[in-house]
Design a protein around this ligand. Structure first.
Ligand SMILES: *[C@@H]1O[C@H](CO)[C@@H](O)[C@H](O)[C@H]1NC(C)=O
Ligand SMILES: *[C@@H]1O[C@H](CO)[C@@H](O)[C@H](O)[C@H]1NC(C)=O
Ligand SMILES: *[C@@H]1O[C@H](CO)[C@@H](O)[C@H](O)[C@H]1NC(C)=O
Length: 654
């Protein structure tokens, strides 16, 4: 006890004795080609909001805590934590808060200017460019995004005193640039021909918006009139419907409504009720017209109806039509995130359901996340939603970044929030990406380890893994397709999806391998190690492999803008897999048990609950990608779910 008091006094003395010695805290590894540094003189007195992410306590133990409530062999399986216990366990120590405050005040930032967030995770204040340059021993410049022309303030590295380093995760604004987040889906008309997406007008297309429409360009120009086709189990190979998915995975029709299932969409993406109604008429007759999701609007979100197009309605219609059809009469919650002007990021969504992440007075990263109130004309003037919404028991998201778009510190911080929400009992399902081993848009990296987010057109280069698909605390879902002329049954294997899209998969450059998948991945490397070199991907077997599982992702019949179309993507696989976990939660609740929460340890401990996928691959970056093989593989994970077996595995747990 005495020793620790002495140690504290000692380090405080060191701060005031050696105020000028700084060490580099974060540094851009390579210059990104997306942003060019401009030769403009900055107004030294201009102010900017600065946020310091404080080091939280006990994060090193987070994995063990989560395994304690999620591992099927743990005596505490299912004993999820209260929000209070989570907040208390991870809040930064008083010592951390005091040390950072002392550094700031000694550097001339008056303590009255500082505010500490509710969760004590962030210190926020306004600072002039001159003060920031002195504080962080850096130089700020204006960078212009070569694609959008948007300007952004950033520096290439920054430093803090060595005694402060341990108390700080990262500081914004510094290195971090905006990132483009793409939805994972492609489409064809009912004859299987590609459809060209008309340019979207009227919607904001800034690239910080997660829901910004991606550009999908194909050879033909118009949506073809609906042909007179019949949907049946006999033609699931051509047209995937909710009935096909039920047959493929042995999913029963829903009968209960005791659980909760959330689908996340980002403005300006929007569903249309008329599309849901059309879908019920053609493909899910038991669902009454007008059946809608419960809509939770986050940060001034709107389900916009001003602009209709596949690019704006396709993702939301797909996710909701299949989620609703598969779990009906269970209600589905739509979390619609972000206002129409600024949009939002995954962090904004986390803010709304996880008070320990957000701060009502700052904490998001102004360069990556929507900042509310939104000062832009027409933007949402209210405060950001902070812990105001309950998290559904299963939450499915079909949007994703490239890992290389964001810094490791930013990703680690976000990933740790999924760990906390897992402790609270929420299952997070994310699509694994649609470009095989390449990243969004089929791009690959020009630098080893994908450092710096510099991409090429995708015919060569380093594999480009997706985020949050590589976060070890979420379940990453890849895509499969039905093999020609095989009967659709719960045990006939599909193959990796190679129609229009390729299942995202590979190995992280950021996250190390979680123990729950260590043996599955080790077997893959010992039996099937591909010949690619370490410059193509991290082939050490020590980093997180993804996806965890897969589900059909080809030829989904979806009503978009009241026209039936075929959609392809892990975007379809994720809500389908999430629906299965929701149905399992209902059965557990009916048996007086709790919801499943973080499922990966149970999935990897029950590989027999999956139909192993052993053919097809996920080509990209000028290679054949990885190949689906016996056991876990970085194309289809453990395989596709067998509902009855998976239900039995979860029902056997307390
Ligand atoms: C589900 O319900 C639909 C419509 O009532 C029916 O056609 C279908 O056979 C049912 N499927 C299963 C697996 O029970
Ligand atoms: C879908 O339903 C509409 C009625 O709203 C019908 O005219 C059309 O033929 C159906 N399409 C298919 C492919 O079943
Ligand atoms: C692969 O990941 C491990 C663990 O993070 C790291 O030590 C190693 O340097 C990485 N290898 C390459 C080639 O990036």
């Amino acid at each position: 006890m005495k020793f620790s008091i002495l140690a504290t006094l000692g380090s405080l003395a060191l701060i005031s004795a050696a105020p000028t010695v700084h060490s580099v805290h974060e540094k851009r590894e390579v210059n990104t080609e997306k942003w060019t540094k401009r030769d403009v003189k900055l107004t030294r007195s201009a102010t900017m909001p600065m946020s310091i992410g404080l080091t939280q306590r006990n994060l090193d133990n987070g994995y063990e805590y989560l395994m304690d409530v999620s591992h099927p062999e743990s005596a505490n399986y299912g004993q999820h934590w209260s929000k209070e216990k989570i907040a208390e366990t991870f809040a930064p120590s008083t010592e951390t808060v005091d040390a950072v405050k002392a550094w700031l005040t000694e550097s001339g930032i008056d303590s009255k200017r500082l505010s500490l967030s509710k969760g004590k995770n962030w210190i926020k204040f306004d600072i002039t460019v001159e003060e920031a340059e002195n504080l962080l021993k850096t130089e700020y410049s204006v960078y212009t995004n070569t694609e959008t022309g948007k300007d952004h303030l950033a520096c290439d590295e920054y430093s803090v005193p060595p005694s402060i380093k341990q108390h700080i995760d990262f500081i914004t604004p510094t290195l971090h640039f905006d990132a483009i987040v793409k939805t994972n889906k492609k489409r064809r008309d009912l004859q299987g021909r590609a459809i060209k997406t008309k340019p979207v007008s009227g919607a904001h297309q800034g690239d910080t918006i997660v829901g910004a429409p991606s550009t999908i360009v194909g050879p033909s120009t118009e949506v073809v009139p609906q042909p007179a086709v019949t949907f049946s189990l006999a033609n699931c190979y051509t047209y995937v419907t909710p009935d096909c998915l039920r047959a493929l995975y042995g999913i029963p029709n829903g009968t209960l409504s005791s659980s909760s299932y959330g689908i996340v969409e980002y403005t300006p993406q929007a569903y249309r009720q008329a599309d849901l109604n059309q879908f019920y008429i053609n493909l899910s007759r038991q669902i009454p017209s007008g059946t809608a999701p419960t809509v939770d609007l986050i940060d001034g979100a709107v389900v916009q109806t001003t602009t209709e197009s596949f690019a704006l309605n396709g993702e939301s219609d797909l996710d909701l039509e299949y989620a609703i059809a598969l779990v009906y009469p269970q209600e589905v919650t739509l979390y619609q995130v972000g206002d129409i002007v600024e949009g939002a990021s995954f962090n904004n969504f986390l803010d709304a359901i996880d008070a320990s992440y957000c701060t009502s007075d700052g904490g998001d990263d102004a360069t990556e996340d929507g900042i509310y109130p939104d000062t832009a004309s027409g933007g949402y003037k209210g405060a950001a939603n902070c812990g105001t919404l309950a998290a559904a028991s299963v939450i499915s998201t079909s949007y994703g970044y490239n890992e290389a778009d964001l810094t490791a510190a930013y990703e680690t911080r976000q990933c740790n929030e999924y760990m906390k929400l897992g402790l609270a009992g929420t299952t997070f399902v994310y699509s694994s990406g649609d470009y095989g081993v390449a990243g969004n848009g089929g791009q690959c990296c020009t630098k080893a380890k994908c450092a710096g987010g510099t991409y090429n057109s995708g015919s060569t280069g380093t594999f480009n893994p997706a985020f949050p698909a590589t976060c070890p605390y979420i379940t990453s879902v890849g895509a499969t397709q039905i093999k020609p002329s095989t009967a659709v049954t719960a045990t006939n294997p599909e193959e990796a999806c190679e129609t229009v899209i390729y299942s995202g998969g590979g190995f992280s450059n950021v996250f190390s391998i979680p123990s729950y998948q260590a043996s599955a991945v080790a077997t893959y490397f010992s039996d099937y190690k591909p010949s690619y070199t370490a410059t193509q991907y991290n082939n050490s077997g020590t980093t997180r492999g993804f996806p965890d599982v897969s589900a059909n992702g080809a030829n989904y019949v979806v009503a978009v803008d009241e026209t039936l179309q075929l959609i392809y993507g892990t975007s379809a696989s994720a809500p389908t897999f999430g629906s299965i976990i929701t149905l399992i939660n209902q059965q557990r609740i009916a048996a007086g048990k709790g919801v499943v929460g973080f499922i990966n340890p149970t999935l990897y401990a029950n590989t027999a609950a999956f139909t192993d996928i052993i053919s097809g691959g996920n080509q990209g970056c000028g290679t054949a990608g990885f190949t689906a093989v016996a056991g876990w593989d970085p194309v289809t994970g453990l395989g596709t779910p067998n509902y009855a077996a998976l239900l039995a595995a979860f029902m056997a747990l307390p």
